[in-house]
Ligand binder design. Structure first.
Ligand code: TRP
Ligand code: SF4
Length: 326
């Protein structure tokens, strides 16, 4: 039997290159050898966005279109929407009974977000329980491998802890310890050099329009010491170079040399990056446009995915009911 891979993304808006290189790239590769389940974590989106929910469903469809456009194959992978599989909420409820509050309060993502984000909506019970919901997602499918970003490691740690606690109380229902799979690219820089993130307003969207793409590359932070073409630069301090490394690994070595010895200036360097990025983006942009205009097709994929996910989720839930003697 092939091992199972499970991952998800919150449908909170358009996807960007950080999602692609930080996650989707891995998702695509796993499709060859694993049984893959990829979900739109719409209930997770609700933990931070519960006041205005009108965009969540639209975002899910656009997100699925992006996934398919970059190479997630709906014939190979099961794509589904979390909220359609009611067992997620049921297991979330059961796990919350056995979750000590302090496990959630000490969770690093929780502490970080509560401190950084002035959004007082985060003071709710749902947001505190975010890792419990994520553990339910993973355990329902008895997934072996969870491709995620580094920021999610504390949630996986929580998942393994709560699974052990469950097994201690009710018997060994969960035998597979879910393990994270990180991408090789540790960090995709945003235009300003911080991590690419929607909340920093420094991202390049998947399917970004050519003119905007050009302007965004123009606005990228470069080495502040490189004033003219012939001043020696420090590519390691430059966002443009960060993209050369990610997109065009071979040519990046040459570029690094040229920059250091003052053989190239930032203007030309940027316009070459625009070309590389435009070429990378073109097929994806066309494909996502086509997909988004075919809502019936996307709905059908989600419907099929939900059926398949429900089969597995309901099997696991049956075992859980027996273990709980319900
Ligand atoms: N919390 C994840 C994120 O923000 C999304 C997610 C929800 C997830 N459920 C999951 C990821 C289960 C992996 C497995 O990126
Ligand atoms: Fe960055 Fe290129 Fe300018 Fe060097 S030449 S600092 S790599 S933009």
């Amino acid at each position: 039997m092939r091992k199972r891979v499970l991952s998800g993304m919150r449908p909170t808006g358009r996807l960007h290159l950080g999602h692609y290189f930080g996650a989707l790239h891995n998702w695509i590769n796993f499709q060859h050898d694993y049984e893959c389940y990829y979900m739109s974590a719409d209930w997770h989106a609700l933990t931070t966005n519960y006041v205005n929910t009108s965009e969540i469903d639209k975002n899910t469809l656009e997100m699925i279109a992006d996934w398919i456009a970059v190479g997630i194959d709906p014939q190979k992978s099961t794509l589904f929407k979390q909220s359609k599989i009611l067992q997620h909420s049921e297991l979330f409820l059961i796990l919350s009974m056995i979750t000590p509050l302090r496990w959630l309060q000490r969770c690093s993502t929780y502490k970080k977000q509560i401190n950084e984000d002035r959004n007082e909506n985060l003071n709710g019970y749902g947001f505190l329980g975010y890792p419990v919901l994520q553990a339910a997602d993973i355990l329902l499918y008895k997934a072996h491998i969870i491709p995620v970003g580094k920021d999610q490691l504390s949630h996986l740690e929580f998942t393994r802890e709560i699974m052990r606690r469950f097994n201690n109380f009710y018997g060994k229902i969960f035998v597979i310890e879910p393990k994270e799979a990180l991408t090789k690219i540790a960090r995709v820089p945003g235009l300003d050099g911080r991590k690419m993130s929607k909340s920093y307003n420094n991202s390049i969207l998947l399917g970004e329009n050519n003119d905007i793409l050009k302007n965004k590359v123009k606005s990228m932070f470069t080495d502040p010491l490189k004033i003219r073409k012939n001043t020696p630069g420090h590519p390691e301090n430059c966002v443009v170079f960060g993209f050369y490394k990610i997109l065009d690994f071979k040519c990046s070595k040459k570029r690094s040399e040229e920059c250091k010895i003052g053989m190239i200036g930032c203007v030309v360097c940027k316009s070459e990056l625009v070309e590389i990025l435009t070429e990378f983006m073109a097929p994806l942009t066309n494909e996502r446009k086509k997909l988004i205009s075919d809502k019936a097709y996307l709905d059908e994929i989600l419907k099929k995915g939900c059926q398949k996910a429900t089969e597995i989720a309901s099997e696991t839930m049956k075992e859980i009911h027996e273990a709980l003697k319900f």
